[in-house]
Design a protein around this ligand. Structure first.
Ligand code: ADP
Ligand code: ASP
Ligand code: MG
Length: 406
């Protein structure tokens, strides 16, 4: 008998019928003798709906109140699932994040889990109950409700598995595993039997929202066996593993292709080519809590520089206003913002030992006449910023060029 933490995403609990189907699935696992802690998302669309309501009240909703509001989505599904389980003769008990006491820091809307009280869950499990926990939320030291960032129920699942020392954390979603790229964009994407934590971390941070990045960080840090599976069909899913798969002698150069549509590009042109200028430009952006991603500096012939960087699209206007103030101080020529760019990345452990991945990538994009606006690389990934109108074409052509098509 093993202890399994199972997380079901928004689509999997999107209607009462689907919640009943999850209950049936859970009964099946109980019959196999497993102890179960279930983590649920809100019904699909619900978190967006709640955020929409908040924006009707305040253009930039108060973060504390927003967390009080959006955390309700998950409170609905956990109660409904427990009712469905009881109707099937299975004892179950639901808990919000605060009731478990999933202690987080106080960074509303992007809180980090610090500690989890496992006592009540253990006592319930010992009595044969199924424990059902609201994903995506916690409570800070002062008792304020916090949430963990979009997609945060994955992180709740992995964190509970770590705290309970569960045998496995299973993430049930609307696809049957992790694919070489988003199967909704590339029909020929292939399901991977396994992927390393390192690769999954890159894929998640570069835009593959199948797992929230923090859930992968957590799983790697605490060595939680993690699997992504379908709620709707049976199958082995994808195992996220610590070790590289050495059984395959000819390891693929590239394991997957990720993309992020939420990018915006900002440029400040004609700043003095002097020490300290980059810091004067980027420090106020950082101080405003805006995350900067790709950065490129071009030196012009007249002893001035252009500095270009990307931020999340939602923060472009805020970043532009800051940049305009800096531009005035520095006597820069102009500030330009563009919210029609996206980032496409190739990821693979195989890249570490093989040259030529970049040239292959650029060649594939060139053959489709796709202009590369910015480039950034790390040990196991290469990313390019391109115009959004080329996104699907770029992902499809790279998928084919690196031999990933099914
Ligand atoms: P849930 O509501 O279950 O948390 P999400 O929508 O957050 O589900 O994540 C699942 C979605 O992730 C899939 O429907 C798929 O479109 C998308 N996705 C993006 N990249 C990948 C990938 N490499 N493999 C599988 N799914 C991916
Ligand atoms: N309901 C939250 C969201 O939509 C958390 C999650 O589903 O993981 O982001
Ligand atoms: Mg998700």
């Amino acid at each position: 008998m093993s202890l399994i933490v199972q997380k079901f995403g928004g689509t999997s609990v999107g209607t009462t019928e689907r919640i009943k189907a999850v209950a049936d699935k859970i009964i099946g696992f109980r019959q196999q003798g497993h102890s179960l802690v279930i983590v649920l998302s809100a019904m699909s669309g619900e978190t967006n709906r709640l955020i929409g309501l908040a924006k009707e009240m305040q253009i930039e909703p108060d973060a504390r109140e927003l967390d009080v509001l959006v955390s309700t989505g998950e409170q609905v599904t956990i109660a409904l699932l427990c009712m469905a389980l009881k109707a099937r003769g299975q004892e179950a008990r639901s808990y919000t994040g605060a009731q478990v006491r999933i202690l987080t820091d106080n960074a509303y809307t992007k809180a980090r889990i610090q500690e989890i009280d496992v006592e009540r869950m253990r006592a319930d499990l010992d009595q044969g109950m199924v424990v059902v926990v609201a994903g995506f939320q916690g409570v800070d030291e002062d008792g304020n409700i916090t949430t963990l960032g979009r997609g945060g129920s994955d992180t709740t699942g992995v964190a509970l598995a770590a705290a309970l020392k569960a045998d496995e954390c299973q993430i049930y979603t609307d696809v049957d595993g992790v694919y070489t790229t988003d199967p909704r964009v590339v029909e020929r994407a292939k399901r991977l039997d396994r992927i390393t934590f390192e690769e999954m971390l890159e894929m998640a941070s570069l835009g593959s929202k199948v797992l929230q990045i923090r859930s992968v960080e957590f799983a790697g840090k605490y060595n939680v066996p993690l699997r992504v599976l379908s709620s709707f069909s049976d199958g082995p899913g994808t195992l996220i593993t610590l070790d590289e798969d050495n059984s395959n002698m000819e390891q693929a150069l590239v394991s997957g292709i990720a993309f992020n549509r939420d990018e915006a590009k900002l440029s400040i042109r004609g700043v003095p080519d002097q020490p300290g200028v980059a810091s004067r430009i980027l420090s106020p952006i950082g101080e405003a809590n805006i995350e900067v991603d790709v950065i490129v500096q071009n030196v012009a012939a007249d002893n001035t520089n252009d500095i270009t960087f990307t931020v999340n699209r939602a923060e472009m206007s805020k970043a532009k206003a800051i940049l305009q103030a800096v531009a005035e101080e520095l006597g820069a020529r102009e500030v330009v913002a563009d919210n029609t760019v996206v980032k496409v990345s190739v990821v693979g452990m195989g890249m570490r030992s093989h040259a030529g991945v970049a040239s292959k990538m650029f060649k594939a994009l060139a053959s489709e006449n796709i202009n590369i606006e910015m480039i950034t690389t790390s040990e196991i990934k290469i990313s390019v910023i391109i115009n959004e109108k080329y996104l699907e074409l770029a992902v499809r052509s790279l998928h084919a060029a690196f031999g990933l098509d099914k």
